[in-house]
Write a protein that binds this ligand. Structure first.
Ligand code: NAD
Length: 319
């Protein structure tokens, strides 16, 4: 991989995930690289530029970033923001000529928006490449540089070596998922599964504890039995069972319940669109919708669904 390919990078959406991702890039890119950044919040741009000595420069629109960059990464909240960033006629990325450029969208959005943006780019700039590349691993993973990328491309895609190299500066794993929008389909189905496991784990722990079991014994039983899963083992929703889980730290520093509600809703929509029957989708979505509006749960890690479902949190005091 030649340094020239990394000389002019762009990054749009400098939020909870984007900021540590761009800061890791700044640390690891060759010394002569420049990263042009844009966010609707100008304050965050000034902070990031001030803290990263010369390698990062501020731009005043997505278009300005695109004009200066050969590779552009986007990391914004939802599909409507991705549309604005790419398709706005005056200040979007595609308002300038993006021929031959590499465009990578890491936002978790609906597959239809991603495909529409890809189609627009393909129609107007056939030599440009656009990929969906959502990530997993949360803000902590973004800071530590351990996030995983689910790439919307095939194993044999000619850009894969460059994409993998870039991803390795921000994370650990990169999985090509087969083709356009399949990175998103993989990410949404993953979050549907992990969201449902968190609800099921909360319900199972609650019924066991109310029957008289110590939650640590319950967690050991699940771990040794057929219920074994990562949510129970490392993100247990009951405070004090696993010391490093967000629940043991006031449900802070995790994956916000509002984001789980967003991703769960996108997954349910995707299932409807592709004709996949769901037995648990409506109940799961209602649970996360209500939990994300509950003042006891809002802004906290999504495993706070245990609190929302009436789980006992001060079990140590009751021993
Ligand atoms: P965030 O709200 O913290 O950051 C998003 C940033 O995008 C903000 O700084 C916002 O000002 C900016 N933005 C919004 N519209 C814009 C526009 N039109 N032009 C330029 N900038 C714009 O969100 P986040 O937590 O960083 O999440 C970003 C994406 O990553 C979401 O799709 C989310 O689902 C996904 N994600 C988040 C996590 C997590 O734990 N936070 C984990 C995995 C994936």
């Amino acid at each position: 991989m030649s340094d020239a390919e990394y000389q002019n990078l762009g990054f749009i959406g400098i939020g909870a995930m984007g900021r540590p991702m761009v800061e890791n890039l700044a640390k690891k890119l060759p010394a002569n690289s420049i990263i042009s950044i844009y966010d609707v919040s100008e304050q965050v741009l000034d902070d990031v530029v001030a803290g990263n000595g010369g390698k990062i420069v501020k731009c005043l629109s997505a278009r300005a970033v695109a004009e200066r960059s050969d590779v552009i990464i986007t990391m914004v909240p939802e599909g409507l923001h991705v549309r604005q960033v790419y398709l706005d006629r005056n200040i979007g990325i595609c308002a300038t000529d993006v021929s031959n450029k590499l465009l990578i969208d890491c936002s978790t959005i609906d597959t239809a928006t991603s495909l529409a943006v890809k189609e627009h780019i393909f129609t107007h700039f056939p030599s440009a490449s656009f990929y969906d590349a959502p990530v997993s691993g949360g803000v902590i993973g973004a800071k530590k540089g351990t996030i995983a990328f689910f790439l919307g491309c095939a194993e044999g895609d000619p850009n894969l070596p460059l994409l993998a190299n870039l991803a390795s500066m921000m994370g650990k794993q990169i999985i090509p998922c087969g083709g356009p929008s399949l990175g998103l389909a993989a990410k949404l189905s993953n979050n549907y599964l992990s969201g449902l496991i968190a609800i099921a784990c909360s319900e199972a722990m609650n019924m066991g504890m109310r029957s008289g079991l110590d939650p640590r014994v319950l967690a050991n039983v699940y771990s040794a039995g057929t219920a074994q899963n990562t949510i129970c083992d490392r993100f247990n929703p009951v405070p004090g069972v696993y010391p490093d889980s967000p629940s043991s730290h006031g449900y802070k520093e995790g994956f916000k319940v509002q984001l789980m509600k967003k991703d769960f809703g996108l997954a349910v929509d995707m299932a409807t669109r592709v004709g996949a029957q769901l037995a648990l989708g409506a109940a799961g979505l209602q649970t996360y919708t209500d939990a994300s509006q509950d003042p006891r749960c809002k802004d906290l890690d999504s495993r706070v669904v245990y609190r929302f479902l009436g789980g006992v949190e001060d079990w140590k005091g009751r021993e």
